[in-house]
Each structure stands twice: as structure tokens, then as C-alpha cells.
Ligand binder design. Structure first.
Ligand SMILES: [Zn+2]
Length: 191
């Protein structure tokens, strides 16, 4: 309603100033435009069916595990460690745990010194990756034993052919990080 009143007032002012009527008419109409993409018609019989692509953004928090991803961006693997002296588990955890699986104490962070050298415990060739695995296929998924860890984390081999017992070195995608666990991977290590 307010808008309408203002428009009327403007028109009145225009007339008062004696501007040519023609100029006012030439003013481009403000139209509501369609800004979407034209849908593809899949079929028209027995009913019209269109392809209507939709998308969604998954907002995901890393919560207390955020330091792990900060570490990847900086080119370091950060493990968690239980600070409870009475805890039976003295080893490190990767993937990290916010709380100790053995005694439920809040974990502390311990970065692994580079270069991180591990040994392939087992591997598999991934031909059909699941949704969210943004890697070209086929690729080698490798489970790597890292000294001092209670866990055998999964990642992937960037190049080469894996074998059980193969020595590998951790590398990081720090230049164009995906900010996911895919930002670290293994490469063959001679030494
Ligand atoms: Zn513990």
C-alpha cells in the first residue's frame, strides 16, 4: 500500500513539472522474470513428466574433531590421545576420537611428526565409489599401519600399485584442500 502511494505521488510531480507524457510511457515496465532453468520434458503421454533438478547443501560440523581438519590443511596428521593416566589404552587414534572409547575422558591432540611413514596392512581396488567419495575411479583404498596408533586408518594410494607390507608416506592436499578426510593420502616410500 505504501509503495502505491509513493508511485502516485511521483506521477503527480511529473505532471507538475510539465515533462512530456511520451517519456513517462517509454519507461520500461518492471516485470517479474523467470530465473530458473528450463526443465526437460521426459514424456507427455499419458501425462506430462518433467525433469526438475533440485539440489541441497549439507551443512556439516566437525565439532570437537575440527583440529584434525585444521591439521590436514597445514600438512600434518593430528591424532588424539587419552590423557587419563589410569586408562588401559596408551596409544593414539586416527581417525580422531573426541572422547576415549575406553574410559570416556576427553581426548587431547598430538600431531604426528612429518614424514609420517606407514605400512600397508591391507588394500582394495575401488571401482564404484560411494556418494561423497570425490576421487577418480578406479583407485586403491589402503589401510595403513602407523607406528604408535591403536587404529589402522583407511585412506588411498595416490599412485603406484599397493602390496601388503608396502612402505608409504603421508602427503597432504594443502594448496586446494577439500576440507575433508580426502586431504591426506599415501604415496610409495623408498627407505
Ligand atoms: Zn582413556
Amino acid at each position: 500500500m505504501v509503495k502505491k502511494k509513493i508511485q502516485l505521488k511521483k506521477k503527480a510531480e511529473t505532471k507538475k513539472k510539465g515533462q512530456p507524457k511520451k517519456k513517462v510511457q517509454a519507461k520500461k515496465r518492471k516485470e517479474t522474470k523467470f530465473i530458473g532453468k528450463v526443465t526437460k520434458i521426459r514424456q507427455t503421454e499419458p501425462a506430462t513428466v518433467i525433469e526438475w533438478p533440485r539440489s541441497l547443501t549439507h551443512v556439516h560440523t566437525y565439532g570437537m574433531l575440527s583440529p584434525f581438519f585444521e591439521g590436514l590443511r597445514k600438512g600434518e596428521l593430528r591424532a588424539t590421545l587419552c590423557p587419563n593416566k589410569n586408562c588401559p589404552e596408551k596409544r593414539l587414534w586416527i581417525p580422531p576420537r573426541a572422547h576415549c572409547p575406553d574410559c570416556h575422558t576427553e581426548m587431547t591432540w598430538k600431531p604426528l611428526a612429518n614424514p609420517v611413514i606407514g605400512k600397508i596392512y591391507t588394500f582394495t581396488e575401488v571401482v564404484y565409489a560411494g556418494t561423497g567419495i570425490e576421487l577418480s575411479t578406479p583407485y586403491w583404498q589402503v589401510d595403513v599401519e602407523i607406528p604408535g596408533l591403536a587404529t589402522i586408518p583407511k585412506s588411498y594410494l595416490l599412485f603406484g600399485k599397493p602390496f601388503i607390507g608396502m612402505k608409504v608416506k603421508a602427503e597432504f592436499r594443502t594448496k586446494t584442500p577439500s576440507n575433508t578426510v580426502l586431504d591426506y593420502y599415501w604415496v610409495p616410500y623408498e627407505g
